[in-house]
Design a protein around this ligand. Structure first.
Ligand code: C2E
Ligand code: CA
Ligand code: CA
Ligand code: CA
Length: 278
């Protein structure tokens, strides 16, 4: 990667500064974090580029660790992946996000749609489809209101299996978006066979629009690829009006980023949805 973004930097910095002992302590704390109810979900609005209206929210996990304040995903998700805790944590995320979206649905807010990130580990688990099905039934959320974000690299690890898993999810009526698209060397032939609904342009490309010609060209290619395959294209990490204008000119469908809002707590997100233009 020619660019280490803010998040990469955070991760790098924290693993550099936390020695083995601290890491061990964090892993111990992680074991009890669910039981102690220390995780929270924040939500970042997704905006329709043409109308400017909010059309959904991405759920992003934070760990509210006593005495340490909020920890960001890159400070503990890799550890959770290695230790296997990501499976129960991921279920908690899915259930909590679905419950929240069900509340929006019940309250009649205009666009009650939620996107949930799945880790590679979760995506590879054999019972993913039945887990998602069970949580949808438990929470009573309409499957069409849920979108799962799966990274391009997770899908590319085992293409045949990915196709089967995605088919299972599609049969449930759940939407799938490929996250961090453009970073994982997709096999374009497979992309055609994936029953998915959206591509999310990785923010490493969006960040340098329009100053870096290569990154801008890549973003534009992803948009036209999405159009060709009849997929919605979402740009993440949109921070400036200039980026938005370029993306709009190339007919990118949706955007997320600090230009609109940072991730916010559920109450604030609810206010955004109730009043989508202000
Ligand atoms: P991601 O799915 O690519 O999420 C986008 C990240 O970019 C989020 O960081 C978000 O806060 C940040 N972001 C949004 N807009 C902007 C912007 O305009 N500029 C910049 N510089 N950054 C922006 P966050 O919340 O720290 O999450 C980082 C990563 O952690 C996520 O990347 C995702 O891969 C992972 N993650 C977050 N929540 C979950 C979760 O519940 N489960 C799993 N498995 N992974 C999660
Ligand atoms: Ca995501
Ligand atoms: Ca992403
Ligand atoms: Ca990312």
């Amino acid at each position: 990667a020619k660019d280490s973004g803010k998040n990469d930097y955070q991760f790098y910095e924290s693993t550099m500064s936390t020695g083995g002992l601290e890491r061990l302590k964090l892993e111990g704390d992680l074991r009890y974090a669910l039981k102690r109810n220390e995780f929270v979900l924040h939500y970042q609005p997704r905006v329709n580029i043409n109308t400017g209206l909010i059309v959904g929210a991405e759920a992003l996990i934070r760990w509210d660790l006593p005495d340490r304040g909020l920890l960001w995903p890159l400070d503990f998700i890799p550890l959770a992946e290695e230790s296997g805790f990501i499976i129960p944590i991921g279920e908690w995320v899915l259930r909590t996000a679905c419950l929240q979206c069900r509340k929006w649905q019940d309250a009649g807010v205009p666009h009650p749609r939620v996107s949930v990130n799945l880790s590679t580990h979760q995506f590879k688990k054999d019972n993913l489809t039945s887990t998602v099905d069970r949580i949808l039934k438990e929470t009573g959320l309409s499957p069409g209101l849920l979108e799962l974000e799966i990274t391009e690299s997770a899908m590319m690890e085992n293409l045949e299996k990915a196709v089967a898993t995605l088919q299972g999810l599609a049969e449930l009526g759940v939407n799938v978006a490929i996250d961090d698209f453009g970073t994982g060397y997709s096999s374009l032939g497979y992309l055609k066979r994936f029953p998915i609904g959206a591509l999310k342009i990785d923010q490493s490309f969006v960040r340098h629009i329009p100053s870096n010609i290569d990154d801008t060209a890549i973003a534009m290619s992803i948009i036209s690829l999405g159009k060709t395959l009849n997929l919605k294209v979402v740009a993440e990490g949109v921070e400036t009006q200039e980026q938005l204008t370029v993306l709009r000119n190339y007919q990118c469908d949706e955007a997320q980023g600090y230009l609109f809002s940072q991730p916010v707590d559920a109450d604030r997100m609810t206010e955004f949805l109730v009043n989508p233009s202000g």
